[in-house]
Design a protein around this ligand. Structure first.
Ligand SMILES: [Zn+2]
Length: 110
């Protein structure tokens, strides 16, 4: 819940700074490796958006895939989890380079 409250605060600050009255769509970027349950996040959004500038706003969630860098192969590969071995040489662990981001990507406001 507190994660979503933090995000909503960012949404409200942005909307206020830009002088917008209502938020129609909130687009979040939640990487596959961020460790966040997207369905739980949707539920939390509805709860915290109630009575805020984002009340009734649609929530769109982009889920960029996980990426890991292998120092042996010097290549980046898609991974399903932080503990996946390199698909090319089987080495563990990879340096995770993508898919852990969690941010408010864009707002559609009026
Ligand atoms: Zn490798």
């Amino acid at each position: 819940m507190s994660l979503m409250e933090g995000m909503l605060r960012i949404v409200e600050e942005n909307a206020r700074d830009q002088g917008f009255g209502h938020v129609r769509t909130v687009i979040l970027e939640i990487g596959k490796l961020a460790g966040v349950e997207v369905e739980a996040l949707r539920f939390a959004f509805e709860a915290v958006a109630d009575g805020s500038i984002a009340e009734g706003a649609a929530l769109q969630i982009e889920e960029p895939p996980g990426l890991g860098w292998c120092v042996e192969c010097e290549k980046e590969s898609p991974v399903e989890s932080r503990y996946d071995p390199c698909p090319l040489c089987g080495k563990v662990p990879l340096n995770i380079t993508g898919g852990t981001q969690m941010r408010v990507m864009a707002l559609d406001v009026e």
